[in-house]
Design a protein around this ligand. Structure first.
Ligand SMILES: Cc1cc2nc3c(=O)[nH]c(=O)nc-3n(C[C@H](O)[C@H](O)[C@H](O)COP(=O)(O)O)c2cc1C
Length: 151
């Protein structure tokens, strides 16, 4: 079973609800989960083990930025030349397709993780909140295809 650190970026709560929903689904499959509402890169790195996967669930705010609570983690990740080839990760991005910067926060985190050499498991999910009144429903569909990849 995997140890999944769920790294949350949320301003108004939508991404947070999706993250908590995914944590519940993972627990039903007997994975160990930890939710990080104020993610700290150094702490996450220190706790990382061979079974660790980082699941980043973030919305986008401002001019295509990650939410404030995820800024320190993002800036840390961008400023350090980390090499994390043994780390697995996945990204769930929430955004509004009316913005040119649709899901830019999630896309940036995906790029930063890719630059560390970490291994992305599955495709990034982008939830367009104009198309999904209940973002958790889109997460359910993605999860059913994604979760078998953890085994
Ligand atoms: C002030 C503001 C700026 C936003 N900027 C973007 C953006 O640049 N790109 C995008 O895809 N969505 C943008 N959104 C949409 C949010 O990402 C979307 O509403 C999301 O569901 C919010 O999730 P949260 O409640 O977890 O923060 C913006 C929303 C607000 C209120």
């Amino acid at each position: 079973m995997a140890h999944i650190d769920i790294i949350i970026g949320s301003t108004l709560g939508a991404a947070e609800y999706v993250a908590e929903h995914l944590a519940g689904l993972l627990q039903t499959q007997h994975h160990h989960t930890a939710l990080h509402y104020q993610p700290d890169l150094a702490q996450l790195l220190a706790a990382k083990g061979p079974d660790t996967l980082w699941l980043i669930v973030t919305s986008t705010h401002g001019a295509g930025q990650v939410p404030d609570n995820l800024q320190p983690f993002t800036q840390d990740l961008a400023s350090r030349s980390l090499q994390l080839p043994d780390l697995r990760y996945a990204v769930v991005a929430l955004g509004d397709s009316n913005y040119d910067t649709f899901c830019a926060g999630g896309r940036l985190l995906d790029l930063l993780m890719e630059q560390t050499g970490a291994c992305r498991i599955g495709e990034r999910l982008e939830i367009d909140v104009t198309q999904h009144d209940i973002p958790e429903d889109a997460a359910d569909v993605w999860f059913s295809e994604w979760s078998p990849l953890l085994n």
